[in-house]
Design a protein around this ligand. Structure first.
Ligand SMILES: Cc1ncc(COP(=O)(O)O)c(C=O)c1O
Length: 485
């Protein structure tokens, strides 16, 4: 007897689009007023009508899709997200840490983690990571750092002689935006030994675990809550993400509550179908797709190893992810922005970001031979030109700084307080009233409540002067202004 295959969300939506059901319901375009947009997209864009389930109370096609995703990643339960990893981070932190509770978090977390801490008025302390030796890029948090932080909390006492409170949850980022990978298994062990849940912001790692030589995904490594941006590294539409849950340290009911709070009550079926569609491609053809991707990637890296001035973070499945091409520019005498602009203007290669002394190009299974070839040719040619023509060399990239800033007060007190703009030259020793970060990656250089040091101010000024996308500072005339409280 042949098994009856349930239709996927995508198949159902396409079939429905061809049917004669008349839509006396939302959305207002009535599946046809597509204007300049593709008709097909509008035919698939429905609301919670009969037979199409409900993301916030799934029992049918969406529930099946989530179960398939859980099976694929080895999670106990998986939720589709239509508000990006951002909605997953807000929900997981809120579910894992009670209002006013304590979160031990990666200092280099994405801003959404800080937003969760702000919204829930959390007490936070930081796990710091080391900067790589030859560039302005930070490692993922080290397992020893997590163990040491928890051990010192356990053995320490506060001023009144009472035992320090232990965190309600620990949150780390892996892979980082630049592809640095943490030893999640050891971190999960250190955290679980104390009965604390581990949240892994794995927004950049939805592809992990799918090919021999890739690091395992964090569900496989023992994390309790794992957040994946499907849209970042897999073939899915922007805003699509997944949240995986394991173990019994997290209340699933609380998690559902926060997903309802932080996500739209009208989740997009186009986005949901795009998640299932991406994962189905992996199930059906993942070995071939990732095999081809790794072959093309290795071919490119082999050719680029002949560069004499441009340098690359070398791939290492335990430390550095495949697909994140991080090009270091110091030896070439260029700033990240200069290389970024050359690749954009002269070669029409649009990169993901420019940093002080590096640029980042992202590669996925969606990249063609042509894409790999164009990047390889451009970088080989630029490397030659840098060698031949000294005039190509520009301002040397600013040297990396450290980001250990003292805090005068908590985020909420500073962010909700009365702020005023002051010229950057007069901000040393003052308390920040706003987040300051490069975007991307959206990792705060300064958090509201932290005290500006001379060193961080110089770094902020250098980022601005290098033409990087600095947010949280405004330029008036020739001067940069920052918000203080
Ligand atoms: C490390 C990290 N976490 C979370 C996010 C948020 O992801 P999303 O854009 O899917 O909301 C980002 C976005 O760039 C990120 O870099």
């Amino acid at each position: 007897m042949t098994e009856i295959q349930e239709l996927s969300l995508c198949q159902k939506l396409k079939e429905y689009g061809r049917s004669d059901y008349y839509p006396f319901h939302m959305p207002g375009h009535k599946r046809k007023m597509s204007g300049q947009m593709p008709d097909e997209l509008f035919k698939m864009d429905i609301t919670e009508i009969d037979g199409f389930d409900d993301l916030h109370h799934p029992e049918g096609v969406i529930q099946r899709a989530q179960e398939k995703a859980a099976e694929l990643y080895g999670a106990e339960e998986t939720f589709y997200l239509i508000g990006g990893s951002t909605s997953g981070i807000l929900s997981t932190v809120s579910a894992a840490v009670p209002s006013g509770g304590y979160l031990l978090m990666d200092r280099r977390s994405h801003r959404s983690v800080y937003h969760a801490a702000y919204l829930r008025n959390l007490r936070i302390s930081y796990l710091y990571s080391d900067r790589l030796e030859n560039c302005d890029i930070f490692e993922a948090v080290d397992a020893n750092t997590v163990e040491a932080a928890l051990h010192s909390l356990e053995s320490g006492r506060n001023a009144a002689g009472a035992q320090n409170p232990m965190p309600d949850a620990v949150l780390i980022t892996s892979p980082t935006y630049e592809g640095r990978i943490a030893d999640v298994k050891s971190i999960a062990e250190a955290v679980h030994k104390r009965g604390i849940p581990l949240i892994v912001d794995e927004a950049h790692g939805a592809h992990l675990g799918f090919y021999p030589g890739f690091a395992p995904n964090s569900c496989q490594a023992g994390a309790d809550l794992v957040i994946h941006s499907v849209h970042k590294t897999l073939p899915a539409m922007t805003q699509t993400a997944l949240l995986h849950v394991n173990g019994n340290l997290i209340s699933r009911e609380r998690l559902r509550r926060y997903l309802r709070i932080y996500q739209s009550s009208s989740p997009s079926y186009v986005l949901m179908a795009s998640i299932e569609n991406a994962l189905d491609q992996l199930v059906q053809n993942g070995d071939v797709l990732f095999g081809e991707f790794v072959r093309k990637w290795n071919g490119m890296m082999k050719k680029l190893s002949s560069c004499r001035y441009l340098q690359f973070l070398s791939y290492d499945c335990r430390r550095q992810d495949t697909g994140k091409l991080v090009i270091l520019t110091r030896k070439a005498g260029l700033s990240g922005r200069q290389l970024y602009d050359m690749l954009l203007k002269e070669y029409h290669l649009q990169l993901e970001m420019a940093g002080t002394d590096h640029v980042l190009a992202m590669f996925t299974i969606g990249d063609t031979e042509e894409g790999f070839q164009r990047m390889t040719d451009a970088l080989l040619e630029l490397d030659q030109r840098i060698g031949q023509a000294k005039h190509l060399q520009g301002k040397a990239a600013p040297s990396p700084k450290n980001f250990y800033l003292p805090a005068a007060c908590g985020i909420a007190e500073a962010w909700d307080g009365l702020q005023k703009y002051r010229p950057i030259g007069s901000c040393a020793g003052k308390t920040a009233g706003e987040f300051i970060h490069l975007y991307p990656p959206g990792v705060p250089l300064v958090v509201p409540g932290e005290v500006f040091t001379e060193e961080i101010l110089k770094y902020i000024q250098e980022c601005h002067d290098s033409g990087l996308n600095l947010q949280g500072a405004v330029s008036k005339g020739n001067e940069l202004y920052l918000q203080i409280i």
